[in-house]
Design a protein around this ligand. Structure first.
Ligand code: 5GP
Length: 174
């Protein structure tokens, strides 16, 4: 049985940062606004669940799936949206909830597709970002932790579907 990877960010560090992100998200909107959170599956589901419960204001939720990576840790090219949001976004304050923004290509594809539905506002909160690896200029309003070019797993993120259930974030070597 292989040993679990060593933590990069512990469960406690993540919990504290998620609380800060939730508070910052709460403050972005006027009183009475119910933001619509759109989680990017699969990697973002743990983060979204914790973020939503740490927020003080009510929010609605939906998910989109994007095919961006094949197996392993290498990009398989242009991201493709596999499904669309299930309710109209017209006039809504939409928040994309991403696990990690790496090249930015996935987020760019998600944003373009959501913007076509004319939300009132569209912003992004990402648990993780790798600024040095960005290939496209795409706005990310809130970021939990910035990384170099390490490949991380845990807290919803996988490598070949492994390690999603780790309560912390860890680096794996491809
Ligand atoms: P991008 O399109 O920005 O290059 O990639 C975004 C997607 O790539 C993320 O949503 C995630 O699924 C995957 N990804 C990028 N870096 C990592 C990483 O370090 N670990 C894991 N598990 N997935 C990553």
């Amino acid at each position: 049985m292989p040993m679990p990877p060593t933590p990069l960010f512990t469960a406690e560090q993540i919990r504290r940062r998620v609380e800060e992100l939730a508070a910052a998200l709460d403050q972005r909107f006027d009183d009475g606004v119910t933001p619509h959170l759109i989680g990017v599956l699969k990697g973002g589901f743990v983060f979204l669940a914790d973020l939503m419960r740490a927020m003080s204001r009510p929010a609605t939720v939906d998910f989109v799936r994007v095919a961006s990576y094949g197996s392993g840790t290498m990009s398989s090219g242009t991201p493709r949206l596999l499904d669309a949001p299930s309710v109209s976004l017209r006039g809504r304050d939409v928040v994309v909830v991403e696990d990690i923004v790496d090249t930015g290509l996935t987020l760019q594809a998600v944003r373009q597709s959501l913007l076509a539905q004319q939300p009132r506002s569209l912003s992004t909160v990402a648990l993780l970002a790798k600024p040095a690896r960005r290939q496209v200029d795409v706005p990310v309003e809130l970021v939990g932790f910035s990384l170099g070019d390490e490949f991380v797993v845990g807290y919803g993120l996988d490598v070949d579907e492994m390690h999603r259930a780790l309560p912390y974030l860890a680096v794996v070597t491809p």
